[in-house]
Write a protein that binds this ligand. Structure first.
Ligand SMILES: Nc1ncnc2c1ncn2[C@@H]1O[C@H](COP(=O)(O)OP(=O)(O)OP(=O)(O)O)[C@@H](O)[C@H]1O
Ligand SMILES: [Mg+2]
Length: 446
């Protein structure tokens, strides 16, 4: 971990040198006047600053220091500024606190006491910044998406980053993992959100129809084409086209889509005119495009074009804790929708939810909870209402079991990575060789 940053402002080089030695656990920056202090705050953003109020050109008074204080707080309001005042300068100290200083300290400096004050300020700054991050996470990019697992939060973070661009995105995930929810989240977070989000499912539409659905057609292009019609790509001009199940896109249309992606123009069926279209494309598939590519069912050039930014959505079984969280949210949603009585899940139902494999992912969870809410004639939903198996024992694994399993897994991985060399594995794992020997024996690994 990088040490926390700390800016020391004092016009006395002797004091700075003394503090430098006493505060070696921090990454320090030093400043001797108001201008350099402010510069350091702007560039370096230290969470905590100690500020001597007697600065040049007015070292005998606090005017320059108080000015520096206000400027620092204006530039970076969450900075914790500890002001250091001369002896018997209580009044100035109080003025400084009124201006927003975090705390004050009287000279001569006792490094031990100052260290305590600084450590407290650092802790507060860290807590505040963590808090900000949590708030930001709740307001996360993925509107409509419930997630607490690390793997899904990482997906949300990536989505947040790529949403504002116009880049093509490929969402890969099993059926029911939330591909469409995420595609919408990307659109909502993009500058295109006021324009159309148009979805088309390549697997649901026959090949001949799909072409005119995507690209539109001119009047007379085929029997029944009685008037010129825009396709979905054109419809989504300025907005986003969600191309669902793109693994099912026929080869002929893959070529046409690739052309659009490279040149950003389309031709309607039966038309000759090139029409410039500004549509962002988000593709989704539950199939493995690489396999399709190997079977020559998917064009390689298109694959590389769409997979520049690809996001693998983890299946529900690989998102610890999410199933219960989502189940609870769905329960209250369906309860309202159907005016049902049910209040909650029983502990064993929760255990069954966490233990189930969820081959149909969130969609399956949605169906099971909906059915249970409608059918249950009691207040608490049991595993049987969800038609789920009760897991063995109480269903929850003890922390010890979870840790042991994780530990054994990590050791196996490290041993495999270091070709069975205990010393190397110990290095990778950050423990001693005897510890590795001990654990190999404990878990019966070879
Ligand atoms: N994290 C989540 N939180 C809440 N609801 C979710 C979440 N993920 C998915 N859902 C809901 O689950 C259902 C399936 O999601 P979605 O349609 O986005 O999945 P999909 O991957 O496109 O599935 P399919 O392959 O079946 O089309 C939707 O009703 C969606 O609202
Ligand atoms: Mg879908």
């Amino acid at each position: 971990m990088t040490p926390p940053r700390l800016l020391l402002v004092d016009d006395d080089p002797g004091v700075l040198t003394q503090l430098k030695w006493a505060l070696s656990e921090y990454e320090l920056s030093l400043a001797t006047d108001r201008a350099s202090a402010l510069d350091a705050v702007r560039r370096w953003q230290p969470p905590v600053v100690t500020l001597d109020l007697g600065l040049p050109p007015d070292p005998a008074n606090a005017s320059e220091g108080l000015l520096a204080l206000s400027e620092i707080l204006r530039a970076a309001p969450s900075t914790k500024v500890i002001v250091v005042t001369g002896n018997d300068d209580r009044e100035v100290a109080i003025r400084a606190v009124a201006l927003g200083a975090y705390d004050f300290y009287e000279k001569p400096v006792d490094p031990d006491v100052l260290r305590l004050i600084i450590a407290r300020a650092q802790r507060l700054a860290a807590l505040e910044s963590e808090n900000q991050q949590l708030i930001a996470a709740q307001r996360n990019a993925c509107t409509g998406l419930i997630a607490a697992s690390a793997s899904m939060l990482e997906v949300c973070r990536r989505i947040e980053r790529l949403a504002p661009t116009s880049a093509t995105v490929l969402l890969q995930g099993e059926s029911g993992t939330g591909k469409e929810v995420l595609a919408r989240a990307i659109h909502e977070q993009s500058p295109r959100h006021a324009q159309a989000f148009v979805a088309i499912n390549c697997a649901a539409i026959p090949e001949q129809l799909l072409e005119s659905e995507l690209f539109g057609y001119e009047r007379g292009a085929f029997t029944g084409a009685v008037r010129q019609t825009r396709g979905k790509l054109e419809y989504a001009d300025g907005g986003t086209l969600f191309l669902d199940e793109m693994g099912d896109l026929p080869l002929s249309l893959q070529a046409k889509l690739l052309r659009f992606m490279q040149e950003r123009v389309i031709e309607r069926v039966g038309g000759r005119e090139e029409i410039a279209v500004d549509t962002r494309v988000i593709c989704a598939t539950h199939k493995d495009l690489r396999t399709l590519m190997a079977e020559r069912l998917f064009r390689e050039d298109l694959y590389y074009r769409v997979s520049e930014l690809s996001i693998a959505i983890p299946p529900l079984r690989a998102r610890p804790g999410d199933a219960i969280l989502i189940a609870r949210a769905l329960l209250s949603r369906f309860r309202e929708l159907y005016g049902a009585q049910v209040r909650d899940f029983s502990p064993s139902a929760l255990a069954a939810i966490e233990a189930h494999d969820w081959p149909g992912n969130v969609r399956e969870l949605e169906n099971r909870v909906k059915r249970a809410v409608i059918m249950a004639d009691h207040l608490v939903i049991e595993a049987a209402d969800l038609e789920l198996e009760l897991p063995v024992a109480n269903g929850f694994r003890t922390l010890r079991e979870v840790r042991d399993e994780a530990e054994a897994g990590a050791i196996q991985l490290a041993l495999a990575a270091s070709h069975g060399q205990i010393g190397k594995a110990a290095d990778v794992l950050g423990v001693s060789r005897p510890t590795v020997y001990h654990l190999i024996k404990k878990y019966g690994l070879h």
